[in-house]
Design a protein around this ligand. Structure first.
Ligand code: NAD
Ligand code: TDX
Length: 337
């Protein structure tokens, strides 16, 4: 049995990861450490609390003593660090919690992973650490790090710390840098779920700037299979870019969602731009494809429909969210723009 510490496993990507792994592997025991911030939701997890291959612990990755106890109680061999503050707009409104969790918290988990001699430590990072591209070119693993938002700079700082632990201590670390994810269970502050839910509620769809910023989209399960592949087969000390070669301007996504839901494009509301808005992200995934044999298996055209259908079928999941804290956030910060 492999004992794996998954941090942030109640969030969007981490919960999809745990749901997938527990369904598809018999020899894994998962400890899920999650603070349950606004973005963490235990309803995301299919697993029962009585499952012998799973343990949930509510707590903060910044809490050294707690994380130390987890390492000693559960004989952790593998660590996947998903836990983070993940929303760029929130990082612009207030950056402290981003540096606290994403940098200090990562340091706690990394330092204890070193002390307890884990076999693998995987840092779930993002293509946003590379900054912004112009009209052409792709991010490769050797593109210099040049983050532009408080969020991406906190993730870049964590990446550099993780690499330093490889160079200094020879720790078996791995870093994945993935592009924009979409799929079930994504918190409705991010572009795709926000637009689906606003369209369903006949509310304005706030498009920043001219809507021509480009993101490179990947279905969440493809990202999670890439993480599993890197964990099992990656070479320690390496960075692996993860992407599905699906560049789209934001406005195209918004129109596609409206069209799928049979809603009018009159719902589109162009609002003032995000400060420091990165223009374009695009991933070169040659390294993970050629060295580890991973490839994306979901086509955007199918998986976006699957995603919209999921939000249609799981109204109670998102209604609970938008009637609570998120609702206040949206109304106060963005509804007025
Ligand atoms: P999310 O915001 O949906 O979930 C984050 C989870 O971390 C939540 O469950 C939250 O409760 C938990 N968390 C936050 N602070 C914590 C703390 N101090 N201690 C313990 N738990 C804490 O984020 P996500 O979209 O699932 O992203 C997961 C990871 O993947 C992040 O590291 C993010 O940077 C990275 N990533 C995300 C994307 C994307 O498109 N969403 C793309 C590339 C990389
Ligand atoms: O209301 C909106 N209107 C809009 O035009 C929102 C929420 C977003 N946008 C634009 C901004 C971006 O160009 O859509 C694009 C995507 O925005 P987000 O969903 O907020 O994602 P992004 O800023 O690209 O960052 C995401 O991808 C990389 C995740 O939030 C990060 O965690 C991940 O690292």
């Amino acid at each position: 049995m492999k004992n794996v510490l998954v941090t942030g496993g109640a969030g969007f990507i981490g919960s999809n990861f745990i749901n997938h792994i527990l369904d598809n592997s018999d020899d894994v025991f998962i400890v899920n450490l999650d603070k349950l911030t606004y973005a963490g939701n235990l309803e995301n997890l299919k697993v029962s609390q009585n499952n012998k291959r799973y343990k949930f612990i509510k707590g903060d990755i910044c809490n050294y003593e707690l994380v130390e106890n987890i390492f000693s109680d559960y004989k952790i061999k593998y660590v996947i660090n998903f836990a983070a503050e993940s929303h760029v707009d929130r990082s612009i409104l207030g950056s402290q919690v981003f540096y606290h969790t994403n940098v200090i918290g990562t340091n706690v988990v990394l330092e204890l992973s070193r002390r307890f001699e884990v076999e693998r430590f995987l840092q779930v990072s993002t293509d946003e650490v590379y900054g912004s591209l112009g009209a052409t070119g792709l991010f490769t693993e050797s593109t210099p790090i040049s983050p532009n938002s408080p969020y991406s700079s906190s993730k870049a700082a964590a990446d550099m710390m993780v690499s330093a632990f490889y160079h200094t201590y020879g720790m078996p670390v791995l870093i994945t840098r993935c592009s924009n994810n979409y799929g079930p269970l994504q918190f409705p502050e991010k572009l795709i779920p926000l637009m689906i839910i606003n369209a369903l509620n006949d509310k304005p769809l706030p498009v920043y700037g001219d809507g021509m910023n480009v993101r490179d989209w990947i279905y969440v399960l493809d990202h999670n299979i890439a993480i599993q592949t890197v964990l099992e087969k990656g070479t320690p000390g390496n960075v692996y870019n993860v992407g599905a070669k699906t560049e789209k301007p934001n406005i195209e996504i918004v129109k596609l969602i409206l069209n799928y839901l049979n809603k009018s494009e009159d719902l589109i509301k162009y609002v003032s731009d995000r400060p420091g808005h990165d223009k374009r992200y695009a991933i070169d995934n040659t390294k993970i494809e050629t060295e580890l044999g991973w490839q994306p298996s979901f086509k955007f055209e199918d998986a976006i429909g699957k995603t919209i259908d999921w939000y249609l079928a799981n109204k109670s999941w998102w209604e609970k969210i938008i009637s609570g804290e998120y609702r206040n956030y949206y109304d106060t910060q963005y509804g007025k723009r």
